[in-house]
Design a protein around this ligand. Structure first.
Ligand code: C5J
Length: 235
């Protein structure tokens, strides 16, 4: 198979045309302590953060597969400037959390750039050469310059993982679809505090002939990745 030929991956609602040769970036959305660990923003909203932990191992396996092949990886963090000038009142004042964005919790100021809580959990920490972007919104393209970075790398396809499925993952996937990327969401590598919302998001994404994109389990994706693309150590 040539480097240009798409690889069909078993997916819902029909096979996903995976683009090999480094044209598919792995996207890891917001696997930061503020959403995944006790004491962060997710917990301040009353959520059980342990519900997100099942996604960690599948994401780690996908990261290993991408890294072995030298393919592009994008990590996002939902994080605001310290003066909160990029956090509109419509976001900051919404809901009734025990602590609001910018207030200080056990992991520093919630959702503020550079604070301990906005760092990505150690099991999935970004490596040198990977894109790691702070995004002030739910979508990864809003006010980040990411589209231009991906274009410069020649990326045309995106594989999505991370949290939460129906909020930042789905928003980012919709933004990506509007920008022309073919998007695949990995079912066991994304999670929500609300299992019913995760199920609904998956259904919405693939409805009407993959109106936003496809979804598949990580096992199906990993099994289909070309072994020939694995780089020898030191290459
Ligand atoms: C939320 C996110 N749920 N990363 N952020 O506020 O999904």
């Amino acid at each position: 198979m040539s480097d240009d030929e798409p690889i069909p991956i078993a997916a819902t609602p029909f096979p996903y045309p995976f683009a090999p040769g480094g044209r598919t970036a792995l996207v890891v959305i917001d696997m930061q302590r503020d959403f995944v660990e006790p004491g962060g923003f997710g917990a301040s909203l009353g959520n059980d953060v342990s519900l997100l932990h099942t996604a960690i191992e599948p994401i780690a396996a996908l990261l290993a597969a991408w890294r072995a092949r030298g393919w592009p990886v994008v990590h996002t963090r939902e994080a605001h400037l310290p003066d909160l000038s990029d956090c509109p009142p419509a976001k900051r004042l919404r809901g009734a959390p025990s602590l609001r964005i910018g207030e200080t919790g056990t992991m520093g100021r919630l959702l503020v750039r550079g604070e301990p809580g906005t760092s990505i959990i150690p099991a999935l920490a970004p490596q040198r050469g990977e894109l790691a972007i702070d995004k002030p919104g739910k979508g990864m393209f809003w006010a980040t310059g990411l589209h231009e970075m991906l274009q410069a790398l020649g990326v045309t396809h995106l594989v999505f993982t991370g949290v939460t499925t129906e909020v930042c993952v789905q928003t980012s996937m919709r933004e990506a679809n509007d920008r022309g990327y073919d998007c695949l969401l990995v079912e066991d590598a994304t999670e929500s505090y609300f299992p019913e919302f995760k199920a609904a998001a998956l259904a919405m994404i693939a409805a009407q002939g993959a109106i936003v994109g496809w979804h598949t389990p990580s096992a199906a994706l990993l099994a289909a990745l070309p072994a020939s693309a694995v780089k020898s150590p030191g290459a």
